[in-house]
Design a protein around this ligand. Structure first.
Ligand code: AMP
Length: 271
């Protein structure tokens, strides 16, 4: 079966109508492209849980601050579509900014509470952009299930709250983090790493694991990250797994810089 390459909202609606006619359930995987095995694991989960999978590829301008890497974010559309086709995806939707933001590129959803700490402190407009684009994508695709990675753990919690707040009728599934052979969480931004930086990057999950196992404290974890060669640690902290407050911590989360690359990771705490 060849993959349907959808561009406009009317292309999407036509595909959607066909699927609806056949009574199939739809799983949706929103992405920003530069696809790797982490993304493909979400596709696999979608194929297991629903009859048809649709993936969107859209580098969403509203979730990048002006000084961030929107322009240089890796764009590898043809390779991406080939991977999705091989993976058995029914449709890939490649909207333009004008399809998603017909009235101008701006965020119009804010999620209080869970969007505020951690990433919210360091990227204050980021989750408004994420919540806005995901709400618009979900309202356009109308899937039964939408799949997000636990790699972006805080994002997953923000999206859960967003669909409740915005009353969007969809089930959200959080898929486990895919890692490479050295434990580095797969990320499109890993493409930015030089060979030397990669050797430092693979310490991130190992140091986080020591912290998750409570073998080292938060302060020791930060010190180890800096000793390993990270340039700056935005946060490395233990939080409540749902609201990310400091009460009853059960998940450790980290964001650290290597040169121009910002890496994030998280894992459950072993208590
Ligand atoms: P992105 O293209 O970076 O916006 O990611 C699209 C989706 O893939 C998000 O739900 C991410 O959380 C998820 N994702 C990215 N990397 C991984 C990974 N290593 N393992 C599992 N899911 C991932």
């Amino acid at each position: 079966m060849t993959i349907n390459r959808l561009k406009t909202i009317s292309d999407l609606n036509a595909w959607r109508a066909e699927i609806e006619k056949s009574g199939k359930t739809i799983a949706f995987v929103p992405t920003m492209g530069a696809l790797h095995d982490g993304h493909l694991s979400l596709v696999k989960a979608g194929l297991e849980k629903c009859d048809a999978v649709i993936v969107s590829i859209f580098v969403n301008p509203t979730q990048f601050a002006p000084h961030e890497d929107f322009d240089s974010y890796p764009r590898t559309i043809d390779k991406d579509v080939e991977k999705l086709s091989k993976a058995g995806v029914s449709a890939v939707w490649l909207p333009d900014a004008a399809d998603i933001y017909p009235d101008g590129v701006a965020s119009d959803i804010h999620i209080t509470g869970v969007s505020e700490p951690l990433e919210g402190t360091f990227r204050p407009t980021h989750f408004d952009g994420v919540a806005t684009v995901v709400a618009r994508l979900l309202r356009a695709v109308k899937p039964n299930l939408a799949i997000f990675g636990q790699k972006d753990y805080q994002q997953l919690q923000v999206i859960q709250k967003m669909v409740a707040q915005e009353n969007i009728d969809v089930t959200i599934f959080g898929a486990p983090i895919m890692r490479d052979e050295n434990g580095l969480a797969l990320s499109s931004r890993n493409l930015y790493l030089s060979d030397d930086e990669y050797q430092i990057a693979i310490q991130l999950n190992k140091i986080l694991k020591l912290f998750a196992d409570q073998k080292i404290s938060e302060e020791e974890a930060i010190e180890k990250l800096l000793d390993a060669g990270f340039d700056k640690v935005d946060y490395c902290t233990a939080r409540h797994k749902d609201d990310l407050s400091e009460e009853n911590p059960s998940r450790v989360l980290v964001a650290a810089w290597l040169g121009k690359t910002r890496l994030i990771d998280n894992m459950p705490m072993n208590k």
